[in-house]
Design a binder for this molecule. Structure first.
Ligand code: ZN
Length: 187
């Protein structure tokens, strides 16, 4: 490419890539990159500043904000457009998928959690949140909530109804349910 040509950012694909990218030795997320060797100024900063890996965050109107209570934040999302990234590992480069998937409709969008993309639906989320809050209030451990069909002894111990037990079985492989349980705080 000649001098002055505009390249696409290897991370987000925007057309203002001007910073040569030097990948740290810990970088393993090459599968999320687009062709090229330059980044836009924002993504170049995101690659080098650990705050984008170590926090769950939102970037709205160009403003970065750490999300401390993720489960509650998802109940009351601000108006789009924004970029949203959630992390449990605090070390992955899933922020790349977050900048590739801006949230344009807050009722239904792809939620990026670490390096996974999960379909978010706000009505489904509100139901799962309510179910999780109820179980939490009754002292039911997270391991039971994500463990599928509970053993009869566990059902007796925590006074789970058959309806709740079957619901837990149904939710075992539901990625949005796992998000609720893993990020929900005991209130
Ligand atoms: Zn970029």
């Amino acid at each position: 490419m000649g001098a002055g040509s505009r390249a696409a950012c290897v991370f987000c694909g925007s057309g203002n890539a001007e910073v040569a990218v030097a990948f740290p030795s810990t970088f393993t997320a090459y599968q999320f990159l687009q062709a090229g060797d330059k980044a836009c100024p924002r993504c170049a900063e995101m690659l080098t500043d650990p705050k984008y890996r170590r926090n769950s965050w939102i970037i709205r109107d160009g403003k970065f904000e750490v999300i401390t209570n993720v489960a509650d934040f998802l109940l009351n999302l601000p108006d789009p457009p924004f970029f949203l990234y959630l992390t449990k590992t605090r070390r992955k480069h899933g922020w790349i998928r977050a900048v590739q998937n801006p949230v344009l409709n807050k009722h239904r969008f792809f939620l990026v959690v670490d390096e996974d993309k999960i379909l978010f639906d706000d009505r489904v989320y509100a139901e799962l949140y309510a179910f999780c809050s109820d179980l939490y209030a009754r002292g039911i451990p997270k391991a039971v909530m994500v463990g599928g069909m509970p053993e009869p002894s566990v059902m007796r111990r925590y006074r789970l109804t058959w309806g709740e037990a079957f619901k837990l079985r149904e939710l075992q492989y539901n990625p949005l349910w796992r998000v609720v349980v893993e990020f929900k705080r005991r209130n």
